[in-house]
Design a protein around this ligand. Structure first.
Ligand code: BTN
Length: 330
């Protein structure tokens, strides 16, 4: 078991209690079915209670599940994923420093293509450009997907766009909200950021070993911290209702599977097209380009075949941006 990950058999405990929700299941029976001691069951029940799972009873009488909050339990996710390769192996953490850090480590140790790392909270969530990612417990989706594509490291940026289109499709399909993508891959609702993607890879000498696509989605945050409020939001804030995270994550993993195969079968063009259809930033958008040296104004001219954003500056110069940050000119 990877250090710190939820013991896979906690998953079994939840499953067992959920299947027998109408009865009290004796502690020794649970312990023997799962293959751990009664004391371990006692510790796990307490851990689940800390995460909002309501379980009646104690070690002497047995346990009964009363209320199951929205925990991203691997078996529940997998039950919805069917043939998906992405998510066949899911590592769940109640608390993690960063799911991307864990996924990179797992990838280095040979984790298979499609392995997913998910956490209820992150204590050191990482964002793009060295920023931190606010990862409030149980309110958001913090997930990293390990891919082993037959591509060169230079081709990796297209995977970031692929993840962006997948997230855009998943979020708009599940919530019905208007979701935009700001290049390269910030997901916006009503002009504010609801989700971000951090792509990292392990590669050497022109060979791509693995790519980790880390996706953070602000789902049920009631309020964003003061410093983020002007630019960030959550699905709940924008729709004035809460969302179960599980169907959103399932939709995301299914869309990723679909677009990943589209990329391998049809090439970059299919992703670029999908991205352009999903983003108001693709073409003719007045933007500010923010760099270390300052800001410049430009208009977007579409994506080039590698996924770089072509822009025309106000002084008529044209360029293809490969990385960086842009903002809408209002
Ligand atoms: C961004 O800056 O827009 C990218 C944010 C990416 C956040 C996600 S949350 C899951 C994964 N683990 C991390 O530490 N970061 C990514």
């Amino acid at each position: 078991m990877p250090a710190g990950s939820s013991e896979r058999r906690i998953d079994k405990l939840i499953e067992l209690l959920a299947k027998n929700a109408t009865v009290v299941v004796p502690g020794p029976k649970i312990a023997s079915q799962i293959g751990v001691s009664r004391n371990t069951i006692f510790l796990w029940v307490n851990k689940l209670r800390e995460h909002g799972v309501e379980i009646k009873g104690h070690i002497g009488t047995g346990y009964q599940l009363v209320r199951m909050p929205d925990i991203l339990v691997p078996s529940l996710i997998q039950a919805e994923l069917g043939e998906n390769e992405i998510g066949r192996n899911i590592v769940h953490h109640f608390s993690a420093d960063s799911t991307n850090t864990i996924a990179l480590d797992l990838a280095q140790r040979g984790a298979e293509h499609g392995t997913v790392v998910v956490a209820e909270e992150q204590t050191a969530g990482r964002g793009r450009l060295g920023r931190t990612w606010y990862s409030e417990k149980s309110s958001g989706i913090y997930v990293s997907v390990i891919l082993r594509p037959p591509l060169s490291p230079a081709a990796a940026p297209i995977l970031t766009l692929m993840a962006g289109v997948s997230a855009q499709h998943a979020l708009s399909a599940v919530t019905g909200l208007g979701v935009d993508i700001r290049w390269p891959n910030d997901l916006l609702v009503n002009g504010k950021k609801v989700a971000g993607i951090l792509t990292e890879m392990s590669a050497e000498l022109g060979r791509l070993h693995a790519v980790v696509l880390g996706i953070g989605i602000n789902v049920n945050h009631l309020e964003m911290p003061a410093g983020l409020k002007p630019t960030a939001t959550s699905l709940r804030i924008e729709s004035q209702r809460s969302w179960s995270r599980l169907p959103i994550l399932v939709a995301l993993l299914k869309e990723m599977e679909k677009f990943y195969h589209l990329l391998l079968e049809k090439g970059n063009g299919a992703i670029i097209q999908g991205w352009a259809a999903a983003s108001t930033y693709a073409q003719g958008k007045p933007i500010r380009i923010v760099t270390g040296e300052g800001e410049a104004r430009a208009t977007t001219l579409g994506l080039d075949p590698s996924g770089a954003l072509r822009v025309r500056y106000d002084d008529s110069r044209e360029e293809a941006l490969v990385a960086g940050e842009i903002a809408e000119v209002k």
